[in-house]
Design a protein around this ligand. Structure first.
Ligand SMILES: [Zn+2]
Ligand SMILES: [Zn+2]
Length: 265
């Protein structure tokens, strides 16, 4: 393939990647926002985790920063596509090449890798030499809304986008498997920033709750900065003892049943 053909495909893929992320992110964040903050606001009042409401200009700022992040993600996607057309990545197009077992397994592996990548880059960005210019933008949302999920500084947006190149350079990945991973990633992130606990009360004491992070977990990170660095799984925080000491009580508080909770339905 000629260089000009590669550049044309690269441009289209960058635009397509950004557009599909934008559509899924905007639809989901909009839906979650409407559900919790407008339509069922009073019904889910007890599930609100943060003690305050979002600041007046917070949501427009989160939306603008998220839009900028998605444009930057598109540049990274374009770079990956150029590398793929040049034969430098391990992307493959025929599912039969590795089979459906690997197709499904690669999605799980990408999620596990991303969880580790996020924990360590996140902790690094909290270092006092990096925090202000890399991670402060995201932490301006003390009480995050669904729109905070991608509200990053440009530097952080590139770090967050780094998981894409990382996986396609180190392991065989089918583009559809990568898309499934992205859908999981966006969905988990949008709900993780929604500000309302979505799991039932028994969740945290179950095996699933030992493994998966809740909305309360990440909301506490936005409140106090020094704990709860994990993304999907409560594994790294547990191993490195960085879970917030009030994680369980705050989860209990957000999921408590009021005496008249049946009347609210
Ligand atoms: Zn966050
Ligand atoms: Zn942070």
């Amino acid at each position: 393939m000629s260089v000009s053909d590669k550049l044309t495909h690269t441009f289209r893929a960058g635009m397509g990647g950004s557009l599909s992320q934008l559509i899924w992110y905007a639809l989901l964040a909009c839906g979650v926002w409407l559900f919790f903050y407008i339509l069922f606001r009073s019904h889910y009042q007890t599930r609100r985790i943060g003690r305050n409401n979002p600041l007046p200009n917070q949501i427009p700022r989160e939306i603008l920063c998220s839009f900028r992040s998605i444009v930057l993600f598109g540049i990274v996607t374009a770079g990956v596509v150029y590398a793929a057309y040049s034969g430098w990545t391990r992307l493959y197009v025929e599912v039969d090449e590795y089979g459906w077992g690997w197709f499904a397994g690669s999605i799980v592996l990408m999620i596990i890798l991303h969880d580790a990548y996020f924990y360590w880059t996140h902790r690094l960005m909290h270092h006092r030499r990096l925090y202000r210019w890399m991670h402060h933008t995201h932490h301006r949302s003390i009480n995050p809304t669904p729109w905070a999920a991608y509200a990053f500084s440009p530097a952080e947006a590139f770090v967050q986008a780094g998981i894409g190149p990382l996986v396609v350079f180190i392991m065989p990945v089918h583009p559809a498997a990568f898309s499934a991973f992205m859908i999981w990633q966006i969905t988990f992130n949008v709900f993780g920033h929604c500000g309302y606990e979505i799991y039932p009360q028994w969740f945290l004491k179950s095996r699933l709750g030992m493994l998966l992070n809740s909305v309360t977990h990440h909301t506490l990170h936005h409140e106090n900065f020094h704990s709860n660095f994990g993304l999907y799984f409560n594994v790294w925080d547990r191993i490195l003892k960085t879970n917030h000491p009030d994680y369980e009580p705050r989860f209990e508080l957000a999921t408590r049943k009021l005496p008249n909770s049946d009347d609210m339905r």
